[in-house]
Write a protein that binds this ligand. Sequence first.
Ligand SMILES: CC(C)(COP(=O)(O)OP(=O)(O)OC[C@H]1O[C@@H](n2cnc3c(N)ncnc32)[C@H](O)[C@@H]1OP(=O)(O)O)[C@@H](O)C(=O)NCCC(=O)NCCS
Length: 169
Amino acid sequence: MSELSGPELLTKAHDFLEFDCGKEPLNVFLTRHALANQANDSARTFVVLDGDSVVGYYSLAVSAVLFDEAPSRMAKGLARHPVPVILMARFAVALSHQGKGIGKAMFKDAIKRALAVSREVAARAFVVHAKDDDASKLYQHFEMEPFPNSPYHFFLLMKDIEKALGLRA
Ligand SMILES: CC(C)(COP(=O)(O)OP(=O)(O)OC[C@H]1O[C@@H](n2cnc3c(N)ncnc32)[C@H](O)[C@@H]1OP(=O)(O)O)[C@@H](O)C(=O)NCCC(=O)NCCS
């Protein structure tokens, strides 16, 4: 492992075609769809690099949770409209680089980026959709709150993120 850099916005200059995190849908998203999603403004992908090679990535998009499906803490005090959130739609580290703290660092970076966005265009929460039980355990480990009726969906309120970062009393 040489010196790591990023996260930075994915570009076609990056070397990402061999990316393998062990989960095919996440490999396919990066290698085939991430740049197209960026070009059509449906998701932005940020990558961690080892040299020129992508060894980790996450993708962010604006999303919304239907009011009736929002956890009570998320919906509290809001009108009955869809609740604006930032969705981390994909999150993966290459097999060759797992277990070295890259995922944790990328998660913190994604949260900080979402918080910065929410200060310009309000978003109530940072949300993830776990793809399987393993990913669910990871988001529990990261102390995200589960949606009560949807065990694969997790969230952090922006106000809790601000408190955790010491930016709000
Ligand atoms: C999940 C993934 C992104 C973690 O990346 P990583 O770089 O290996 O994670 P880190 O080394 O930063 O580990 C961070 C912490 O999470 C823990 N952790 C890692 N994977 C975990 C899992 N599946 N369940 C519970 N905890 C997990 C680590 O033990 C570590 O704990 P610590 O900080 O208390 O020591 C990576 O394993 C991966 O890409 N997996 C395949 C794709 C995937 O499942 N993505 C999830 C999104 S659906």
